[in-house]
Design a protein around this ligand. Structure first.
Ligand code: HEC
Length: 177
């Protein structure tokens, strides 16, 4: 091989490198895609904030929006899921779970003749709309270590209805927020 041939080989290698490089560059220019600054979809409303609860997101739920989805009549039906373990009528007794007449806005774990778990008896808050909503989505997650054997009410309409129903079954139902 003489030096002329070697030069030719080097030249053609360079040419290929140059070609690949410029095609790459061209591709960048032609196919340059702007990343959108805002995600294309936004999920609005109650469902988005309640579905996967860390306690913080559930706290942000707009309770008046949620409650508007439910009705007391529907709540009465949904309560069948709770009735195996809870009484709801005035003067009802404890069952597997504590009696629930007057439960809204009373302190958590307040029935004196019911033996609560430590988790509930030491929780130290009241059953506000927010607390009850968060608890009923997924009881085991909202108050860790409680002994209510119930998976939760994921459906917003069902949960809203139960909140209204619990509120209604009270000596003094609160007006809605
Ligand atoms: C399998 C039985 C069971 C079912 C079903 C059940 N619960 Fe309970 N619930 C319990 C038990 C047990 C406790 C006490 C938990 C503890 O002490 O940790 C409890 C506690 C509660 C409390 C706390 C009351 C208080 O005095 O602080 C509320 C509120 C409640 N349940 C609401 C409901 C609602 C509403 C439903 C239906 C959607 C339901 N529960 C379904 C067993 C049940």
């Amino acid at each position: 091989m003489n030096s002329f041939e070697i030069n030719k080989i080097i030249a053609s290698i360079l040419l290929v490198v140059l070609l690949v490089f410029s095609v790459n560059k061209l591709g960048d220019i032609v196919f340059k895609v702007e990343k959108p600054k805002v995600a294309a979809y936004k999920v609005e409303g109650v469902a988005a904030t309640t579905a996967t609860t860390s306690s913080n997101t559930a706290e942000a739920v707009d309770i008046s929006v949620l409650l508007a989805l439910g009705s007391v009549e529907k709540g009465k039906k949904v309560f069948k899921k709770c009735a195996a373990c809870h009484s709801i009528n005035a003067g009802g007794g404890n069952k597997i779970g504590p009696k629930l007449w007057n439960v809204m806005f009373r302190p958590v774990g307040a029935i004196t003749d019911y033996k609560y778990s430590k988790a509930l008896s030491s929780y130290g808050k009241e059953w506000t709309w927010q607390e009850m909503n968060g608890f009923l989505i997924k009881p085991a997650k909202w108050i860790k270590g409680n002994k209510m054997g119930f998976a939760g009410l994921k459906n917003d309409e069902d949960r809203a209805s139960i909140l209204l129903y619990l509120n209604e079954n009270s000596d003094s139902p609160k007006s809605l927020p």
